[in-house]
Design a protein around this ligand. Sequence first.
Ligand code: CA
Ligand code: CA
Ligand code: CA
Length: 479
Amino acid sequence: MRPFIPMLVAGLAIAGCSSDDPMSAKNEPAGKLVTSTTTAGGHRGSASVPRILNSSATAGGLAVSSSVAGGLRERGVSPASFTVLIENVSPAYKYSASGVFNTPDGTSAPGAALPGSAYSFSFAAAPGAKLSFATMFVQSNDLFYSPGTAGIELFTTDGLPVTGDITAQVQLWDAGTEVNQEPGVGADQAPRQAGANTGAAEDGVVQLVADGFTYPDMAANIQVTLAYASNGVFTAQISNLSGSSTPLAPGVYAVHTSDAFFTSGSADAGNGLEALAEDGNPADLATALAAKTGIGSPLAPGVFVVHKSLAPLFSNGAADRGEGLEALAEDGNPAPLSATLATRAALNGVFNTPVGASGPGPLLPGSAYSFSFTADPGSRLSFATMFVQSNDLFYAPASTGIALWDASGTPISGDITNVIQLWDAGSEVNQAPGAGPDQAPRQAGADNGAAENGVVQLVNDGFSYPANNSIVRVTITQN
Ligand SMILES: [Ca+2]
Ligand SMILES: [Ca+2]
Ligand SMILES: [Ca+2]
């Protein structure tokens, strides 16, 4: 978390200075709207709906028919005051990535890695992350190769990726679940046992092997290397050397910041390590790790606008309009877009101060932004807030916003998370979420990253993202 705060704060310092912002001098200062009771009709004075969009033909063509709003008025529907709560509900995950490696390089089916073959796997990681893995020493009862509990640091203290040979950080561990027999000979070892989980229970602890038998030097059996692809993605290769005394078996890996999936000196945690270490079966441990794997994300200060024309912030499938969405989506800085909105005749504002906080800041898990406004019947609400662990993604309703009144003239109320979608501003090339070096928490400065020259659209970049409702919850209440 630490590295991104300066970047966001830099943006926030701008956003928080609306009183010094000449763009807002004669418009609605963003700050006061957070608890504003200004109505959407602040510029109304008549039933006509002010155009809030620029005069482009597209925007004009999307204007809502005034008969809709007029219909509600004629039926006696009054303006209403709303409060919107945007909560960051990201859970805390132990692992940012995890998975199985089970298919030797150059083959197409899962199987053991015999001497002279290797497993490779790729994963995304951010500075501060460590790599752990485990693969069975097959000619044993319950031994496995793995880094220590703390894992292998993937970045130097200067934030540079670690690459090259990391074999020196790998050791041979004993799961403590089955009594050890002579390596390569024991009848209850995986190549010879009658079935999975055959052998005398050991009731021991996970520890470096020390059973009186002789094992080959690490460097004679195994070599582990790391390569880095410049975009936050590493590839690890675990080679079973041609002179090795054992096959290696399918295993698991995890990227983490705290300790990994076993504790040296403690009994096996019962999370699947036993089957990996005794039978070369990684499935149960992979499942256990997957349940604790995911990406949480801060959200960032954003903008809202109450409107009666459609698509005040962006158009689905069209290039970013250059009105400030890019800074909101790439750097968590809502000031430029707010300044654009402030020149238009519609209620709008910035939300930038977490509830209970004394000043603007990013929205960390467990925190919420809130804003209030009074709107005319027939009004719609749009807003946008950055998915911070990305290059240019943001949460927002559809480009046309949310109708604040239903067809029967009742103001909407309750949980509206299901209207939120994750959009790609199309302005910066996407990197792996939570890891990309040009993403706000890690980039060297605002607007860093490769230009995308794309369009605003729902994210569809091949990376996997958390379900929207596992990051953000939005509720609206009538005051
Ligand atoms: Ca066994
Ligand atoms: Ca993008
Ligand atoms: Ca960037």
